[in-house]
Design a protein around this ligand. Structure first.
Ligand code: 4AD
Ligand code: MG
Length: 458
């Protein structure tokens, strides 16, 4: 259908005083005696274009005023009568492409995000979701750009897997059998199942990422991960997008540098590419957002040893719900205290106790901690989980044994330590979590098209 996108019409002066055709949906409209006005949006920009209807030129204007209806309009693009530097169209003809009756749920008033969650197929037509999804798209591109410029190879790992990397209990099972009472044991069931053994949806691409990194040097993956976590929080979804670089010949400080550079690259790209969206979020969702982002992009992140973090928390004049003790995991309240109250900027907490972290993390010489780090940010908490990997076969085997893991399913992974093992490191960035941080949207359900959470899918 021949027409011009609003983003182009509004940014290219050569269209002024020419005849143009645009398409879009009616966002608001207003009627007066001789004239009528429509605010049109086609989704290509946050901005609306005003359509001016002279009732002497177009009769039956009431047919074009209904909220949500889809129109095609031809007319002359002219400088706006009221908005400095803006443009509007004096309509010469209008076609209705799709009627929209009065029961359209998105009426003029501002709806809450909770209410909009009940209609994922329509909420995307609001300004908020227009801005969120443009930023989401720009961040996705920035991530590819960041790694491609640095010669990382983009690899696509399998999503169906037989190994659970992050620990038991969080994997969705993949089976073609389902409910049946014809098997006497699990073993029998799995032997009869599609793959002949138990399979699930991958919680991380790390294991395959390590395989690729020990061949191509530097790789990244960018795809969905699945977690059957029973945590109904504003930060967890069962299906999230996961960015996982893996780098050979890199130790913990090297990978921390890459992670920090990547976050800054993402923020700078959004500041440059999406000024209208950031201004919108700053006004409606997080006051001071733009200044926050500029600050984060131009200052060093904090690197804080876990042991020092525990000291800080013990000294804090706060009644935490969960007790703080060396050896225990940091809870959301602790993470928030450190990033929001103490530093008010991103913090890498490093060298966690080995007992609370995964088997694959490099064991530090102290025998108690591992070379791992989480990147915590104000407002969201953990956005990156990162570590140097244990490259020593015997130490890795001992860690697996200590965690009661069977080594049978991990022979490929162990081979990486048998044949030309090298120091290597990687991390996982929660894609939705960085979007939350950059937009100031505080619930993960509002930065993903169709959130999947405990007890909820559509
Ligand atoms: O900290 P996690 O569990 O680390 C890993 O999976 C490593 N194997 C990554 C690696 O080293 N390649 O997860 C990484 C990140 C978290 O920091 C968080 O941002 C995000 O993934 N994440 C989730 N995001 C949304 N919903 C969930 N349920 C998430 N679980 C993890
Ligand atoms: Mg983690």
């Amino acid at each position: 259908m021949k027409h011009i996108d609003l983003i182009d019409i509004m940014s290219d002066e050569s269209y002024v005083n020419t005849e143009v055709t645009v398409c879009g949906w009616v966002r608001t409209s207003r009627d007066s005696k001789n004239m009528a006005f429509i605010e049109l949006n086609d989704g290509t920009t946050l901005k609306h274009l005003q359509i001016v209807i002279d009732k002497a030129v177009i009769d039956n204007s009431a047919a074009y005023m209904k909220l949500g209806s889809a129109l095609r309009i031809t007319g002359t693009l002219v400088p706006s009568a009221v908005k400095q530097g803006g443009v509007e169209i004096n309509a010469a003809s209008i076609d209705v492409l799709g009627e929209c009756p009065a029961e359209y749920p998105l009426q003029k008033k501002r709806h809450t995000l909770e209410y909009l969650r009940t209609m994922p197929h329509l909420r995307v037509r609001t300004n908020t979701f227009n801005a969120v999804f443009r930023v989401r798209s720009v961040i996705a591109n920035a991530i590819h750009e960041f790694f491609q410029k640095r010669h990382f190879v983009y690899v696509q790992p399998p999503l169906i897997t037989a190994s659970d990397c992050e620990g038991a209990g969080e994997m969705f099972q993949v089976t073609t059998i389902g409910y049946s009472d014809q098997y006497k044991s699990r073993e029998e069931y799995y032997a009869d199942d599609f793959f002949g053994k138990k399979a699930g949806l991958s919680v991380t691409a790390q294991l395959e990422g390590e395989v690729a990194a020990l061949a191509f040097g530097k790789i990244y993956t960018f795809g969905p991960s699945f977690r059957a976590e029973n945590s109904n929080t504003p930060r967890h979804v069962a299906e999230f997008w996961h960015v996982e670089p893996e780098v050979a010949f890199a130790e913990l400080p090297d990978i921390i540098e890459i992670a920090e550079d990547m976050i800054k690259y993402i923020i700078n790209t959004v500041l440059e590419t999406c000024p209208d969206e950031i201004a919108f979020f700053d006004q409606h969702f997080e006051k001071g957002l733009k200044d926050k982002l500029v600050n984060v992009a131009s200052n060093d992140f904090v690197v804080l040893d876990y042991t020092d973090a525990i000291e800080l928390l013990k000294k804090a004049d706060v009644d935490f719900v969960y007790p703080v003790e060396w050896g225990s995991d940091l809870q959301t309240e602790h993470e928030r205290y450190i990033t929001e109250q103490v530093y008010n900027k991103p913090v890498f907490v490093t060298n966690y106790p080995k007992d609370i972290k995964s088997f694959y993390m490099k064991q530090n010489p102290d025998g108690k901690t591992v070379a791992a780090t989480d990147l915590l940010v104000p407002g969201v908490g953990e956005i990156i989980g990162c570590s140097e990997r244990e490259a020593d076969l015997d130490k890795l085997l001992a860690a697996m044994e200590a965690k009661g893991m069977s080594t049978e399913d991990y022979q490929d992974y162990l081979d990486l330590r048998r044949f030309g093992s090298v120091p290597h490191s990687g991390f996982g960035l929660g894609f939705e979590r960085i979007i939350m941080y950059v937009t100031g949207i505080s619930n993960i359900r509002d930065v993903i098209l169709y959130p999947r959470t405990v007890g909820s899918i559509r």
